[in-house]
Design a protein around this ligand. Structure first.
Ligand code: IFM
Length: 450
């Protein structure tokens, strides 16, 4: 059977994030985020790109939503820029910032596009970084205050909330690899960062429960199946990698405890930071989990304390990589989904991001990205297989609606269904945008045709 049909109420959407698309970094009273500062550091971003203009979505929002609607996309996952709402991270509200998202939600609903709102997709107010950022437990509390304000305003119309996007990436890229702000190397306080992020998630859940009774709330994690480079055994460092990459961000929330493999280290690094009821707070009931998946992780053991693994690239014949250098590994999404069913009680889940960057250019005004369509089909085939096997998957979001600021890679890497001309900012749907549009309309796709 080549027709792949999804359940009737399955939701297909696209995803973006504030700093990656909005631009207008100081318009209407917005304060600086850690990214506004980081992009000015020499050598940190490819081609010295910045999010100053990005896709200028702040000014082109109505046109962007119109295009989404013309393409029949059913849902839109976007994030709120915390420093647009609280320029200094706390206390003094910037009403104009809040009004922007208020309008966005109204316009989406008018077009019958379901909003999924992420409260934190990496643009921490710079003022809070100066007070210690995610190393400071208070940041989690301020996140709760900010969330209360946003949900109080939008919670009468938005019914799906995501507290944090990919806390593992926040920790790994910001506090280990130095490729994202604050660009520290702190392997022996990274578990403090993790705990404070999880606490922030708890404050986000509480804010949803208190301000929007009918809403659903979850967290979005970057998940990857972890393999050993020896392929023959699941050794200690592979287990450790899996505990840090995957379990650390789900076990405390869904099981109320840190994973056994790393528990001692988590408590050691959090001696004065963890308080008695924290795990109870972190494990308040969530309604779904979001999974972002692009590839898998293969690791080799190294003699480094705690972080005793390093990633390695596969070399087997036929292996394919995207322009990010990530292995194309569709079966990985299936493995993760099965794991959610088996290990986490089949909680409802969304694929909140999946997609691909390839090197590509418009040719005579068109972009025929057959490779992206193939990628999406292969991953969706695996998602479908998991649904057939009883995994409770509610929806799927392509990363991303339009080409945008890909963090340290600047604009060099394009994940969008819609091409953005970097000079004119003209939006041109790629062939994949049309293909996805058909999928949204029919709720199915044919594996063999386009
Ligand atoms: O662009 C990012 C997004 O912000 C978070 N998830 C991964 C995407 C691709 O790198």
């Amino acid at each position: 059977m080549s027709e792949i049909k999804f359940p009737k109420d399955f939701i297909f959407g696209t995803a973006t994030a504030s700093y990656q698309i909005e631009g207008a970094i100081s318009s209407d009273g917005k304060g600086p985020s850690i990214w506004d500062e980081f992009v000015t550091r020499k050598g940190k971003i490819k081609n010295n790109d910045t999010g100053e203009i990005a896709c200028d979505h702040y000014n082109k929002m109505e046109d962007d939503v119109r295009l989404m609607s013309e393409l029949s996309y059913q849902a839109y996952r976007f994030s709120i820029s915390w420093p647009r709402i609280f320029p200094n991270g706390k206390k003094i509200l910037n009403q104009k910032g809040l009004d922007f998202y208020d309008r966005l939600v109204d316009i989406l609903l008018r077009k019958k596009i379901k909003p999924f709102v992420t409260l934190y997709h990496w643009d921490l107010p710079l003022a809070l970084e100066k007070e210690g950022g995610w190393l400071n437990r208070d940041t989690a509390k301020y996140f709760g205050d900010y969330s209360n304000v946003v949900i109080e305003k939008l919670g009468d119309r938005v019914s799906n909330w995501i507290t944090l996007n990919e806390p593992w990436i926040v920790m790994a890229c910001g506090y280990l690899l130095k490729v994202f702000p604050p660009a520290f190397f702190k392997p022996f306080s990274s578990m403090k960062v993790a705990h404070n992020l999880l606490l922030a998630h708890g404050f986000g859940v509480k804010a949803v429960r208190e301000n929007s009774k009918n809403s659903l709330v979850g967290i979005t994690n970057a998940m990857m199946p972890v393999y050993s480079n020896r392929m023959d055994k699941y050794d200690k460092s592979t287990k450790r990698a899996d505990a840090i990459v995957n379990k650390l961000w789900l076990d405390p929330i869904l099981k109320g405890e840190y994973p056994e493999e790393i528990r001692n280290e988590v408590y050691r690094q959090n001696k004065k930071n963890i308080q008695d009821d924290d795990l109870k707070f972190i494990s308040q009931k969530v309604d779904f989990v979001g999974i972002n998946n692009y590839s898998r992780l293969i690791v080799k053991p190294v003699p480094f304390p705690f972080y005793n693994f390093r990633p390695v690239n596969p070399k087997h014949p036929g292996v394919e990589f995207t322009s990010m250098g990530w292995e194309v590994f569709p079966q990985g999404i299936y493995e993760l989904l099965k794991r959610i069913k088996i290990e986490y009680g089949n909680i409802p889940c969304y694929i909140t991001e999946n997609g691909v960057a390839y090197n590509e250019n418009l040719e005579q005004g068109k972009l025929e990205d057959h490779n992206r369509i193939k990628f999406l089909k292969d991953y969706l085939f695996q998602v479908h297989k998991a649904i057939v096997e009883g995994v409770n998957i509610k929806g799927y979001f392509v990363w991303t609606f339009m080409d945008n600021f890909e963090w340290a890679e600047g604009f060099a890497k394009t994940f969008g269904l819609v091409h953005i001309d970097r000079n004119t900012l003209k939006r041109t749907p790629k062939l994949s945008a049309e293909w996805y549009s058909n999928l949204c309309k029919k709720n199915s796709f044919n594996y063999l045709d386009e």
